[in-house]
Design a protein. Sequence first.
Length: 341
Amino acid sequence: MNSAKVEKEIMNKQVVLNLKNFQAHLPTKRGVVRAVNGINLQITQGKVLGLVGESGCGKSITCLSLLGLTKEKGWVIVGKAQMQGKNLLALDSEEIRRIRGKDIAIIMQNPMAAFNPLTTIGQHFLETIRSHLSVSEKASREMATKYLGHVGLPQPDKLMKQYPFQFSGGMLQRVMIAIALAMEPKVLIADEPTTSLDVTIQRQILGQLARLKEKARTGMLLVSHDLGVIAQMADEVAVMYCGYIVERAPVEQLFNNPLHPYTRALLASKPQMQKKPLQAIGGQAPSLLNLDVGCPFLERCNEKNRRCSHYKQKLIQYDHKHWVGCAKYSAEQRMLNHGLA
Ligand SMILES: Nc1ncnc2c1ncn2[C@@H]1O[C@H](COP(=O)(O)OP(=O)(O)OP(=O)(O)O)[C@@H](O)[C@H]1O
Ligand SMILES: [Mg+2]
């Protein structure tokens, strides 16, 4: 598909956040940490894009760097993160502050960093509501208690007077979710929002997120290790490996017909009802400091061939909405293009 066609599709699908050749690198004394390596992702109004991949593959850095929230100074973030005609990467911190909360909200994997330790949960909540919506103090207080209740936090009135250090990480995440539910943002970035919750609360939160998507048509990027959560919530899934997106497809297609050997290995490591033995993915992902030429999955792949050692990661369109970045499919595509297959 040519780029004009892709752009048209993006417009038609009502893309609310469009990442183009998005990169996040951190120069360190030991070398450059290549955490995110030129990814392209679109988040569409009223849809959930699931983002999966092994620990350390760059999911959180993608979420944080979009909004200039990476903890350490020195991250080099390039490419585009386009939202409502603006590139988020080009905005200054004041402009970002203005759109955060109302237009784009984030639920962080480590939420403690998002809260001022000297401010109560209630003040946090009310400040966010009142800086974006013109509602009275009384009305915003009622909103806050209502939504804290929606995420299963008991005695919201009492919690409003407490400080972040009195909350667990999972509780702070639920406060962030409650704020997002109240603000109904256009885009919600949710980084492992249910990992530290027990199953009943998890179900409640997922129900609330699904309602937000229906009611406010919020487009979501949902990061989760839990493939069950992804299967339940996502419309489309992107698979990340070593800072690259290696496969992207509608959720059913990805689960029923995974193409990339890494995606297959990842799905084989998911518990099944049939009690098949779980398949761990052998070996280790290479260090992001030493991403040499060739496929980063090469050493762990049981389908590798001689093309893989000089393969340059690039997604090709395998099927209408199914994209994969693997030498095997690039070769097939080339043969098809030349009428040889
Ligand atoms: N300050 C830092 N210094 C060096 N490397 C870093 C730093 N911050 C992040 N990284 C590296 O960037 C990579 C991406 O980290 P990230 O937190 O995005 O992983 P993740 O996919 O979210 O993992 P998890 O599933 O465990 O949350 C990791 O390999 C990590 O080691
Ligand atoms: Mg993470």
